[in-house]
Design a protein around this ligand. Structure first.
Ligand code: HEC
Ligand code: HEC
Length: 202
């Protein structure tokens, strides 16, 4: 076979494989992987640490910042253009999140990258800020109804398993690394964590 044609063939096959490999999310352990930890409190803490791989991923932190400005990309730099939280976590009047963010992700015209979209797109309220906090601090805060939007632990399981904004983390659009695992796995870990006593890392 003509070597140039062969090289072209290899390139055509290798390119999509490389793209898929780049977008493949890192794995998440299932609750069963923690069943061997006999001490219930230690098992609960280990389960939350596994949840932390998702919680502390850029896909979640970028929308749970500690300032009034969202963050962007895997290096979590400040949102460009600058946008403000505004009175309803939905931007300033005239410059609301939905001025640019639609109901779905939209790939840029050049095919490289995308603008995120979701029908619930808005910034997490300041009392739910996770940026710069330790996993233990985030854990304590997530359990606190005064800082988690008044949620019980059962509602937290429900939120992590089914909420569409949480789910966006695994469907973040072209050019972004998805959160580890799947939302179903994250939900199962949350349930196992609650059922083992919802203990927090130190
Ligand atoms: C587009 C912004 C956005 C993204 C992305 C986002 N969140 Fe949130 N998050 C919010 C908003 C807004 C709320 C409050 C409204 C609500 O509870 O639905 C919230 C609330 C929460 C809560 C309940 C309150 C708390 O802090 O305990 C949890 C848990 C949560 N998000 C988890 C996640 C996880 C996990 C991810 C990533 C997989 C994520 N979020 C990504 C905006 C976002
Ligand atoms: C003027 C247009 C504009 C407005 C208004 C705007 N954004 Fe964005 N936002 C963008 C663009 C464009 C991107 C993608 C940039 C890129 O990836 O190159 C983006 C990306 C993001 C990301 C990064 C997601 C990730 O994980 O990388 C978050 C989070 C975000 N916006 C939140 C918000 C929130 C919340 C609001 C409202 C308070 C808002 N944005 C208002 C244009 C805007």
């Amino acid at each position: 076979m003509n070597p140039r044609l062969l090289a072209l063939g290899v390139a055509i096959i290798a390119l999509p494989v490389a793209l898929v490999a780049r977008d493949a999310p890192p794995a998440l352990k299932t609750p069963a992987a923690f069943a061997g930890i006999a001490n219930k409190d230690a098992r609960s803490v280990a389960l939350f640490r596994e949840m932390g791989k998702v919680i502390q991923s850029p896909r979640c932190i970028n929308c749970h910042p500690r300032t009034d400005r969202p963050l962007q990309d895997d290096d979590m730099h400040p949102h460009s253009p600058p946008v403000a939280r505004g009175p309803y976590n939905f931007g300033a009047s005239g410059m609301e999140c939905t001025t640019c963010h639609g109901r779905e992700n939209v790939t840029f015209a050049n095919g490289e990258g995308s603008i995120p979209g979701n029908r619930k797109w808005r910034l997490a309220p300041i009392e739910m800020a996770w940026e710069g906090k330790s996993l233990g601090e985030i854990c304590t805060q997530i359990k606190d109804p005064a800082r988690n939007g008044g949620k019980t632990l059962d509602q937290l399981i429900e939120h992590n398993t089914t909420d569409v904004l949480v789910g966006w983390g695994w469907n973040p659009g072209k050019g972004r690394t998805p959160a580890p695992g799947t939302q179903a796995e994250f939900g199962a870990l949350t349930r196992a964590w609650v059922e083992s006593g919802a203990k927090c890392p130190a």
